[in-house]
Design a protein around this ligand. Structure first.
Ligand SMILES: [Fe+2]
Ligand SMILES: [Fe+2]
Length: 163
């Protein structure tokens, strides 16, 4: 049986993942508007992935008979000051999500809830990849490379880590 506290945290996390999805979508729009379609496509894939994360948590809650609540999600501006801004913001969000996941794992541990703890392991590994990826992209933009020339260096759909 999942604790009320952990169920609440997982529910909130559905909202965080959907919010991240919106944010990545806004970033993809920013890049598409600059004709940087490679960057745009990459961030659109990230948006889809965050939505998938939300569904994964939603399905988990259903499977443990804890009714998930569909959270409302805010719209996000696609207005950024520089190309570095949205990439840097992505890294910050991913670090924030890592903290949220770890807090939930702490709670599951406290609850002696091995089922939830095992479920959260997947997200713990996923966040290592997500942070590494965004760190690389921040370094790439900071290198001063022309953003069009950087496009072939972005991960391809096949290289994007498996969902
Ligand atoms: Fe996520
Ligand atoms: Fe993520």
């Amino acid at each position: 049986m999942i604790s009320k506290q952990l169920a609440k945290m997982l529910n909130e996390q559905i909202g965080h993942e959907l919010q991240a999805s919106q944010q990545y979508l806004a970033i993809s729009i920013y890049f598409h508007m600059k004709q940087l379609d490679g960057w745009g496509a990459f961030f659109r894939r990230q948006a889809a992935e965050e939505r998938f994360h939300a569904m994964k948590i939603l399905d988990f809650l259903i499977s443990v008979d804890s009714r998930p609540i569909v959270p409302s999600v805010e719209g996000v501006s696609s207005d950024f000051k520089s190309d570095l801004d949205p990439v840097k913001a992505s890294l910050d969000w991913e670090r924030q999500v890592t903290k949220q996941i770890h807090d939930m794992a702490d709670q599951a541990f406290k609850d002696k809830d091995h089922t939830s703890l095992q479920f959260l392991q997947w997200f713990i590994s996923e966040q290592i990849e997500e942070e590494n990826l965004m760190e690389k992209l921040v370094a790439l933009v900071k290198s001063g490379i022309n953003m069009f020339q950087a496009e072939p260096l972005l991960p391809t759909p096949e290289e994007d880590h498996e969902n």
